[in-house]
Design a protein around this ligand. Structure first.
Ligand code: SF4
Length: 347
């Protein structure tokens, strides 16, 4: 039985009538950092077994799956990891993804440590936007937070290289943890004011199962906003599109924009249009999901595009994730029970 070509089918909606608009593509589970809130060095030491190469999707497999997911409505692609810049030949994949019809946006999230060497080639391959994770401007705090004692300077040079390469937009993401890097709220704001880069503060989240998250360690978005407003008046600005994760503000003196990503204190599941493709080919419908749909096995078993599309539509249409909105009411065991680790599906 030949299944209909989904190009003519309506955009697939989940059970909360949310379309699939954003696809985050994890190209590797490996990372050169050991950030304490994602991949603590104590757990992910030298002997930790990451995915064997044979289990990682090949570029042509990623391209085929992305083409089919774009046919279901995805328009914004974000390359993630682990740390995507540790995957070899990444420009080859970017060129292929940039050619897919209806892809409106191609972005990448990185810790910036390898960016100086790669910023130009990634841009030439079609990458449009960059998000760089930077949690501290204090060398000691930065070295501690990345779990490897790596130097802050390399990341600042990476940001400079990205500027020189002329990316359409550069965002800086900082996860703020109580008692760890609160002073960086002002330091980062001071540093990026007037640069044109968009600084976003992310509330510390209970992603994965390893970061020993406690609600008391969360510095809420309102608290961050208050701290900043005491120094620089800020005005709220409208979201760019439905489902944008950050609430946006601009400095009244024209020094640019900041964002607050409040997954804990003001969850935004109602407009969540994000799916994630793990490096080993699982489609995951929530950052806090416990499992995903295995696409790699049927793909390597020779399944047809039409059957794969039917699987994708069926899986998304059954989706009803809203973990962050439910977090406060969830039982202890659900809060503790096995979640896919963030480095497997990208933040
Ligand atoms: S918790 Fe899940 S459903 Fe809610 S916004 Fe995050 S990824 Fe989306």
């Amino acid at each position: 039985m030949s299944l209909p070509d989904s190009t003519h089918l309506p955009v697939v909606l989940d059970r909360l009538r949310r379309p699939l608009r954003d696809l985050r593509i994890s190209v590797t589970d490996r990372c050169n950092f050991r950030c304490t809130y994602c991949m603590p060095a104590g757990v992910f030491g030298e002997n930790y077994r990451f995915l064997p190469r044979k289990d990682v999707l090949r570029f042509e497999e990623i391209e085929r799956l992305v083409q089919l997911i774009v046919k279901q409505g995805a328009r914004k692609l974000r390359i993630t990891g682990g740390e995507p810049l540790v995957r070899a030949e990444l420009p080859t994949l970017l060129r292929a993804l940039a050619r897919i019809p209806n892809v409106e946006d191609l972005a990448l999230t990185t810790n910036g440590y390898l960016l100086s060497e790669q910023a130009k080639d990634l841009k030439a391959a079609g990458l449009q936007r960059l998000t760089i994770s930077l949690d501290s401007l204090d060398s000691d705090t930065f070295a501690k937070l990345n779990g490897r004692g790596y130097a802050l300077q390399r990341v600042l040079q990476g940001i400079q290289s990205a500027e020189n390469a002329g990316y359409r937009q550069i965002k800086i993401n900082a996860v703020i943890q109580r008692g760890v890097n609160e002073p960086d709220v002002l330091a980062l704001a001071e540093y990026f004011r007037g640069t044109g880069h968009i600084l976003r503060f992310i509330e510390f989240m209970d992603v994965g199962t390893m970061n020993d998250w406690k609600p008391r360690d969360v510095v809420g978005g309102d608290e961050i906003l208050h701290t900043l407003s005491e120094h620089w008046p800020l005005e709220p600005i409208d979201p760019n599109y439905r489902g944008e994760v950050a609430t946006r503000y601009q400095y009244a003196d024209g020094a640019g924009e900041i964002g607050l990503i409040r997954s804990v204190t003001a969850p935004f599941c109602g407009d969540c249009t994000r799916a994630r493709l793990s490096a080993d080919g699982r489609l995951v419908t929530c950052l806090f999901a416990q499992s995903g749909l295995d696409l790699k096995t049927p793909l390597r078993d020779g399944i047809s595009d039409a059957k794969l599309e039917a699987m994708l539509r069926g899986f998304w249409s059954e989706r009803h994730d809203r973990y962050s909105e439910e977090r406060a009411s969830l039982h202890e065991e659900r809060l503790k029970s096995g979640r896919i680790e963030m480095f497997e599906i990208g933040g």
